[in-house]
Design a protein around this ligand. Structure first.
Ligand code: ATP
Ligand code: MG
Length: 572
């Protein structure tokens, strides 16, 4: 491509409304423009990267026995009613009526449509396993679209679905897709981890999220520093604490007036103890029953773990104004001793051998509270959110908490949709069974943004070679004469060698061309000028390392090829 003919509207200033670096750089590099909140147009340069990511995805899905399909964007509401998601999905699902007054939705995901498609064709176990996928736009009316294409309302997603005859088949399909997704993100040049994820409201038995590690990530992940364990903090398990020996006899609980002392920090300061010696008591409500949860003052109750551990459909904190009637005191003074509702404790509460707790009398606390002696939880479970340094549930090593961007998600669905929508087949014995499904998704734009979050410097993007919009930019410092003629020849030769090349033939000052080349993040820059030609050479610069060298003109194409190959070699 000739830059003079290209639509690459780069910006010098950082747009004020772009919070994260990938959003800023995609705007500044002229790759995207916003149409409305969360809705973006891709310009030619941005679309080149999108298409490269899509090609990698397609190759890996095809290698994983996937067959590409193309499903409609507008779905009749009846299908979503059949699965029950018409009610469950809430306002994220964009709904509208057609001219006949029929309810319709825009595709947010396609479990209903694919299940409908397959149920009409599936007869026998001989047709299974089946892996169908597509790469197409989705619409979700996100409550908080932000970070550019990272969390958009309209975005392209690869969505895949597998159908198997039995659990073993599902397991094999899931493993195959786990590997395929790992390959995709590795080939995109990303540093990522597959982490165990909560299976949430969709239900299902197992799920992994592919997380690109970056400080701007919206998710927190717990990663073991000693073994392979990695999980979303929403569900990360924590090994139980070692037994805590009691040091001497603890006196009986003693009530102390604590006017105005409410938060854990207030309590710790008032009594001159660390927050880890405070016992925090919270009331929750789940599936119509109220119960109390006790955690250490320096820990937080994890509602996802709580819901899962208790096997509840929903849990939520009890509204503050209802607390006194249930617990006998306001929030801030409630405690576990004598509490008239079921009390469940986090496992780490046992490390408190002489604690401080609310006295269940407004503005009073108890000191010398001993769990097991002064109150007896009906159950002790792993209910809190992991923090840095907590012991790994698998090996006991230290967990580290990192930020992550969820770029992909794989999920064992089981028979949730195939039962609700009667997607069945006859097994080898002629018995009718529901197909066992898996669902898989990659955010294409989010993957692009995540790549920038991981690969940039103060001057701009540093594209991993496989997803760079162009591999090489040829940059003549004059647009006429010998300099331009040599640059043109290099441009042709590099393209003939199979590289994607941008020839910066604009009549611009060198400084501006250099800045744009760095901003756009093209891996290799080849400068041709009077000075380089005097040495019969071109100046070759590697964007990632900044390494610059003079290369004889007739060796330039080979050198660029060698550098690109070296840059593409997996290093992680
Ligand atoms: P999140 O928790 O970030 O909302 P999700 O659980 O809703 O994600 P899935 O339904 O599993 O996401 O979708 C699969 C993939 O689609 C995600 O891993 C992500 O890469 C991408 N994705 C989801 N929502 C968006 C969005 N609003 N904008 C861009 N990509 C998205
Ligand atoms: Mg979502």
């Amino acid at each position: 491509m000739r830059y003079s003919r290209a639509l690459i509207p780069t910006l010098k200033e950082t747009p004020a409304d772009a919070e994260v670096v990938s959003h800023q750089l995609m705007l500044r590099a002229g790759m995207i423009r916003q149409l409305s909140p969360g809705v973006y147009s891709f310009l030619p340069l941005g679309l080149r990267t999108i298409r490269k990511i899509e090609r990698i995805i397609r190759e890996e899905m095809d290698a994983a026995d996937g067959q590409e399909v193309e499903l409609p964007i507008v779905h009749p509401a009846e299908l979503w009613m059949e699965s029950g998601r018409w009610e469950r999905m809430g306002p994220e699902l964009l709904r509208f009526k057609d001219r006949r007054g029929r309810d319709a939705v825009l595709a947010a995901t396609n479990e209903e449509v694919i299940t409908d498609l397959v149920r009409r064709e599936l007869r026998s176990w001989r047709q299974l396993p089946l892996h169908l996928y597509q790469i197409r736009v989705k619409y979700r009316d996100e409550i908080r679209p932000r970070f550019g294409v990272m969390r958009g309302r309209e975005f392209t997603m690869e969505d895949g679905y597998t159908f198997d005859a039995d659990e073993a088949g599902l397991e094999a399909s899931y493993q195959k897709l786990y590997r395929a997704y790992s390959n995709v993100f590795r080939r995109c040049g990303l540093e990522f981890r597959a982490v165990e994820a909560d299976t949430g409201a969709i239900g299902g038995s197992s799920s992994h999220e592919f997380m690109v590690l970056a400080d701007s990530g919206e998710d927190a992940v717990a990663i073991c520093t000693a073994c392979e364990y990695a999980a979303n903090v929403e569900k990360a398990a924590i090994a139980p604490p070692p037994p805590s020996p009691r040091d001497g006899e603890v006196p009986a609980p003693e009530r102390v007036a604590t006017p105005g002392v409410r938060s854990v920090d207030d309590v710790a300061r008032f009594f001159g103890v660390p927050a880890s010696r405070v016992l925090k008591t919270l009331l929750f409500e789940g599936d119509g029953r109220v119960f109390a949860v006790v955690v250490r003052g320096d820990h937080e109750v994890n509602e996802v773990k709580l819901r899962t551990a208790l096997g509840l459909a929903t849990v939520a904190p009890v509204a503050e104004e209802r607390v006194p009637a249930i617990a006998g005191a306001k929030v801030g003074s409630i405690g576990p001793v004598g509490l008239p509702v079921e009390t469940i404790a986090d496992a780490w509460v046992s490390t408190v051998t002489d604690g401080i707790a609310g006295a269940r009398v407004d503005d009073h606390h108890l000191k010398h509270v001993v769990p097991g002696r002064d109150f007896s939880p009906t159950r002790t479970l792993d209910l809190r959110t992991a923090v840095d340094g907590d012991p790994c549930p698998r090996c006991g090593g230290a967990l580290a908490i990192r930020r992550g961007i969820e770029v992909g998600h794989i999920f064992k669905l089981g028979t949730k949709y195939s039962e609700a929508m009667r997607c069945t087949f006859l097994d080898a014995n002629g018995v009718e069974r529901p197909a066992i499904m898996g669902t898989y998704g990659i955010g294409v734009g989010r993957t692009m943004a995540a790549a920038i979050e991981q690969n940039h410097d103060k001057d701009g993007i540093i594209w991993p070679v496989p997803i760079a919009p162009y591999h090489v930019t040829v940059l003549p410092l004059a647009t006429t004469g010998e300099v331009m003629a040599r640059a043109e020849r290099l441009y042709d030769d590099l393209r003939a060698a199979g590289h994607d090349v941008l020839l910066d033939d604009r009549d611009e000052r060198p400084g501006g061309k250099f800045k744009d080349a760095d901003l756009i993040g093209i891996p290799i820059r080849v400068v041709v000028s009077d000075k380089t030609l005097k040495q019969g050479a071109a100046e070759v610069k590697v964007r990632r390392t900044g390494e610059v060298r003079m290369v004889p003109l007739d060796e330039a194409v080979a050198e660029v090829g060698r550098l690109l190959a070296a840059l593409s070699a997996p290093t992680r």
